[in-house]
Design a protein around this ligand. Structure first.
Ligand SMILES: [Zn+2]
Length: 340
């Protein structure tokens, strides 16, 4: 019996060395389980003479607690090894490249609009908006374009009813502002406009306009030239010149077509400017006295100037975009080039 106990103790000491957590659990069953080595000892115990039982009982219990203690110490050791192994395995290597997140960006048109707004805000203008569904009166009549006026044909639009339409220009915002506020007025009117144009490289049924309006005493054509020249320089670069060519628009007198010196060839002549050295940008002029009268401003006291450029045209010239339809096709290959 004594030998048996010794033998088991030796066996345990041998087997316990360098075991994994799983092996230790198995060892625990092997020694201490219901049919384990120690339990079997208790069966032998019955064969021991009565007077020796107390002695052997103590010996077996001693062995049992020796094994229990040994295993629990080893389990603790194995667990801490396991934990540090896991920690090592799951360590994050911060030098590895990260997962790239795809972020959106502002559309090139929105970026250009913001830029234009910033420039005019810095010159003391306020940015105004108005309804896209407009009354015939604000879109045409108040702007000196009565019914059957030929200028209406140039701006044919989408009618929702006989007198309600999608605005063809942002000028109705100007009329609404002049009705509401007394001069001095210094605003830009900005927003989406509509015309019944068949899409091609320079026309689209939807487009954006930026219009300026200044009304005050002693406003002259020189103020108009100065304002547009400064805007063009800030938008396209210091070397850009603005040219005014006499032209007709019903709501201004005198009126002028405005062009900027070609930003591609610097005015020497190229295919973009059709060898003229100039790029047409939009109309401008001194506000027609009839328009002022229509909104109750005395043209004998106040004068004003106005201009209207297309935002798509500005973005196309600035970024050398050849076709207006590209703005509206949502082609990521195009849009990504201008991700701000
Ligand atoms: Zn050119």
């Amino acid at each position: 019996m004594e030998d048996k106990i010794k033998q088991i103790k030796e066996e345990f000491k041998e087997k316990i060395k360098n075991k994994s957590l799983k092996e230790l659990k198995e060892l625990e069953i092997y020694f201490l389980g219901r049919k384990g080595k120690v339990s079997i000892l208790f069966q032998f115990f019955k064969t021991v003479p009565k007077e020796r039982r107390k002695h052997f009982g103590a010996k077996i219990n001693e062995l049992k607690s020796f094994i229990e203690k040994g295993i629990s110490t080893e389990i603790q050791r194995a667990e801490s090894i396991e934990a540090s192994r896991k920690l090592e395995e799951e360590k994050i290597d911060v030098t590895l490249p990260g997962i790239k997140l795809h972020t959106g960006g502002l559309h090139i048109l929105s970026q250009t609009i913001s830029r234009a707004e910033d420039i005019f805000l810095s010159m003391g203008f306020d940015v105004m908006v108005g309804p896209e569904i407009e009354e015939d009166y604000y879109n045409f009549e108040a702007l000196n374009i009565p019914e059957f006026h030929p200028a209406r044909a140039m701006q044919d639009t989408f009618y929702l009813s006989k007198k309600i339409l999608l605005r063809t220009q942002t000028s109705p915002i100007q009329v609404r502002i002049m009705e509401k506020y007394k001069p001095p007025i210094r605003i830009i009117a900005m927003g989406r406009c509509y015309r019944k144009d068949a899409p091609d490289s320079s026309h689209f049924p939807v487009f954006h306009q930026i219009e300026g309006l200044v009304i005050d005493k002693k406003v002259t054509f020189a103020n108009l030239k100065g304002t547009l020249s400064l805007f063009a320089k800030r938008m396209f670069g210091e070397e850009v010149k603005v040219r005014f060519t006499p032209s007709y628009f019903p709501f201004v007198e005198p009126g002028a077509e405005t062009s900027i010196s070609c930003v591609i060839c610097g005015g020497k002549g190229c295919s973009v400017c059709k060898n003229t050295g100039w790029l047409e940008m939009g109309g401008s002029g001194m506000v027609h006295p009839n328009v002022l009268k229509n909104v109750g401003i005395d043209p004998e006291i106040y004068q004003g100037f106005a201009f209207g450029w297309g935002m798509e045209r500005i973005a196309m010239v600035k970024h050398k975009i050849p076709d207006i339809r590209m703005f509206y096709q949502n082609d990521l290959r195009f849009l990504k080039q201008f991700k701000g």
